[in-house]
Design a protein around this ligand. Structure first.
Ligand code: ZN
Length: 304
């Protein structure tokens, strides 16, 4: 019999697949396990996911509801995966195939939506009715949660904010940047980790990991500070445009770049320049669950 107190969540990433069992009586993870992601072959990925679920249910001695977070989304029209950077998943009926192998229906959602629902349910956003969850990392993704429900949108695209153009471009941002999505000047091309490292290399002819750029900027390095000032200005403009159309109670940041403390102190100091009313009470908060947000959010997909 299906239990309702413990759900399984799976975070399907490009390099690893993680499973966790979330116990809703305490909101604690009571079991977790990760394996390397099979590469390039859809059938191998499918089998690896199903094996993880079978093994976990056996270990727990329970039959559980299953939610999966993926990099990309399921098209509401075709039912197939689209926009996944693990490209061998694209155009495959992942939801149907897993449900068939397991013999029960499951849920799949975008990993940024999983992040947002995890933080809205029992993380940094639990006291706010509208939450904009942003992952700043190798890519830029986001999810919108209103009254603890993910807003999917009629095309399943709600929160694909990272592929809007960077707003209020400055004189240092006049060049055109091509994005993998086929559009140009996407926000992701200006505020993700790889895009900042590329910009530093182009500006100063030197390759530096972002961690070092952030660290050196705090020690007064002029080149690193210049790039970080640009980053803070861009994030302020991007968040101001979010406030102008959604006006969320809280913006919660996760992903590798969420450790940059200036996001929380300096962005709210300057964003009023672009906010329609000139001021905002929206909070910017750091994610509470860190790397666990993916599996936690996936487990929450089957819980109201
Ligand atoms: Zn794009």
């Amino acid at each position: 019999m299906m239990n309702t107190d413990i759900n399984l969540g799976i975070d399907l990433g490009g390099t690893k697949i993680e499973i966790a069992a979330l116990d809703f009586s305490t909101n604690n993870i009571i079991y977790r396990h990760r394996i390397p992601s099979p590469q390039n072959v859809y059938k191998d990925t499918l089998q690896a996911i199903c094996n993880l679920i079978f093994e976990t249910e056996k270990k727990l001695g329970l039959e559980c509801q299953v939610g999966i977070g993926i990099p990309g989304s399921i098209s509401s029209i075709s039912g197939k995966v689209r926009n996944a950077n693990s490209i061998w998943l694209n155009d495959k009926p992942l939801l149907n195939d897993i449900s068939q192998i397991l013999g029960k229906s499951i849920k799949i959602d975008n990993d940024a939506n999983c992040f947002a629902i995890s933080e809205a349910k029992d993380g940094a956003g639990e006291n706010y009715s509208s939450v904009f969850g942003v992952i700043l990392g190798t890519g830029v993704g986001s999810g919108i949660v209103i009254n603890q429900q993910i807003i999917k949108g009629s095309n399943g695209l709600a929160g694909e904010w990272g592929h809007n153009p960077l707003p209020w471009k400055t004189s240092s941002e006049r060049e055109t940047r091509d994005c993998w999505c086929g559009k140009t000047d996407c926000i992701e091309k200006y505020i993700s980790g790889p895009s900042l490292e590329k910009e530093y290399l182009e500006m100063f002819g030197e390759k530096k990991p972002l961690k070092m750029i952030v660290g050196n900027s705090l020690k007064g390095d002029e080149n690193c500070s210049l790039l970080m000032d640009r980053f803070i200005s861009r994030v302020a403009r991007c968040f101001a445009s979010v406030i102008n159309f959604l006006d969320p109670d809280a913006i919660i940041i996760g992903g590798g770049l969420s450790n940059i403390e200036r996001l929380y102190t300096d962005v709210p100091k300057i964003w009023s320049k672009w906010i329609f009313s000139g001021r905002s009470e929206t909070k910017i908060l750091k994610a509470m669950h860190g790397d666990s947000s993916g599996v936690r959010g996936a487990a929450w997909l089957n819980k109201n």
